[in-house]
Write a protein that binds this ligand. Structure first.
Ligand SMILES: Cc1ncc(COP(=O)(O)O)c(C=O)c1O
Length: 423
């Protein structure tokens, strides 16, 4: 990506909210791909005219260009457990190379059922209630497409992961945005505002815990308040729990699966990419009551139909041992503590990290620049890439907060801390 383009994008034209409104795909062709003078590009009205290059790609490109340590995009810079790679190669050698069942390979669905039952006490049916997906992103899109009809409202709590709003738009739904509140103890969900946002058209509420980007987690009390809101309604829940195994300080993850009233109306979504440090494999799942799963599968079977077989069988074999997913929390707690200790001597104000592998910091004691400008300065002058919190809002807003990802080798974190020590 050329420097001029990075600079243009950093001035605010990225993501769902700020991209140029291209109504003609011809306008989107790169210069050297322009058709010859005689050929008129076919007209194409965009279904997602507000979607452009994401800030994550922009910051990664800037990190590459400037040689900055990339704590922007949320993925590990270390490899997964070699036993997992071995299990997948073994599955290929054993001949698991053809289409698995549409809902997912049975041993993997069984492993998911067993894990959820042992951790959260809810017993899903292995045949009717678990669907393996191409990452959590596909599960989110599928859950929204199968349940949201034109004109339905979906409550989204901001800041939010960037796939929710385009998915709602593709379904013809209307996002209804509720902002998290920032208190002395970090970000939390204002349930009174969520309750006030409910209308007869509300079809779904999306929750995400542990939460990207704020690192906050929902408590049992949060889930009780949510239950009060949806009781006696037909509102569905999408519970994005991709960071379920990254909850710290001996606090249990409050999965919706622990809450019988909520689980009965929920798509619970998780991602092996996050849990096992294999974000590039794109395997996840959606767990939902049979009626919801049946609708989910109607969309899923004509979207991807199924997910690659050797990964599924490899993951199933690896999951027989719960230790790797149980070890994720202490593994990342060490990195969180290392990173936070290193930042203590700087003028960044650290927000709490109760879950995920993201550390948000308030930089208002260092600079009054807008978040995107500050991130650009941080990458090019200090040599560390981060993500502005504003990227997680529909209408960018300035909170003076940026997000670092600490899913990195200790030596990467130390290299970043050496540079950040100047602040
Ligand atoms: C909150 C949240 N949900 C979903 C996803 C997507 O997960 P996957 O890579 O499995 O599609 C991510 C990835 O960053 C995320 O942060």
């Amino acid at each position: 990506m050329p420097a001029s383009e990075i600079s243009h994008l950093l001035q605010g034209s990225w993501g769902y909210n700020n991209a140029p409104h291209n109504d003609w795909i011809g306008l989107m062709l790169a210069r050297d791909e322009q058709p010859s003078a005689h050929v008129t590009p076919a007209p194409m009205t965009s279904k997602l005219p507000r979607v452009g290059t994401t800030v994550f790609s922009v910051m990664s490109a800037l990190a590459l260009e400037t040689g900055a340590v990339n704590l922007g995009q949320g993925f590990p810079d270390f490899d997964c457990d070699p036993r997992l790679v071995h299990a997948v190669s073994e599955a290929m050698r054993q001949g698991f190379n053809q289409y698995p069942p549409m809902s997912g390979a049975l041993p993997l669905r069984q492993a998911i059922v067993d894990k959820i039952r042992s951790l959260y006490g809810h017993a899903y049916d292995v045949n009717d209630e678990i669907t393996v997906t191409a990452g959590a992103t596909q599960a989110i899109l599928t859950a929204i497409l199968c349940s949201v009809h034109a004109g339905d409202e979906v409550i989204v709590i901001e800041p939010a992961y960037d796939s929710y709003l385009p998915a709602i738009q593709l379904a013809g739904g209307k996002p209804v945005l509720v902002s998290m509140r920032r208190g002395p103890d970090g970000f939390s969900v204002p349930w009174d505002a969520v309750a006030a946002a409910v209308t007869p058209r509300t079809r779904m509420i999306i929750i995400n815990s542990p939460h990207n980007p704020t690192g906050s987690v929902l408590t049992a009390d949060d889930l009780a308040q949510l239950a009060d809101i949806v009781r006696d309604t037909s509102i569905l829940l999408l519970s994005d729990e991709v960071y379920e195994h990254m909850v710290y300080d001996d606090v249990p993850h409050e999965s919706v699966c622990r809450h019988p009233e909520l689980v009965a109306r929920a798509f619970v979504i998780s991602s092996f990419g996050k849990t096992y440090h294999v974000t590039g494999w794109k395997v996840g799942y959606a767990a939902a009551p049979a009626m919801l799963s049946a609708e989910f599968r109607r969309v899923h079977q004509f979207n991807v139909f199924t997910v690659n077989a050797p990964m599924q069988h490899g993951l199933a074999a690896y999951m027989l041992d719960p230790a790797p997913y149980l070890d994720v929390a202490p593994f990342y707690a060490h990195k969180r503590d290392l990173f936070r200790a290193g930042l203590e001597g700087t003028r960044f104000r650290l927000l709490p990290v109760r879950g995920t592998y993201f550390q948000c910091v308030d930089y208002s004691a260092i600079s009054s620049q807008p978040e995107a400008e500050f991130c650009r300065w941080l990458a090019s002058e200090i040599g560390v890439a981060a993500i502005p919190l504003s990227a997680f809002y529909d209408q960018p807003r300035e909170s003076g907060i940026i997000r670092f990802c600490f899913a990195k080798k200790d030596q990467t974190l130390k290299a970043a801390l050496d540079r950040l020590a100047r602040l």
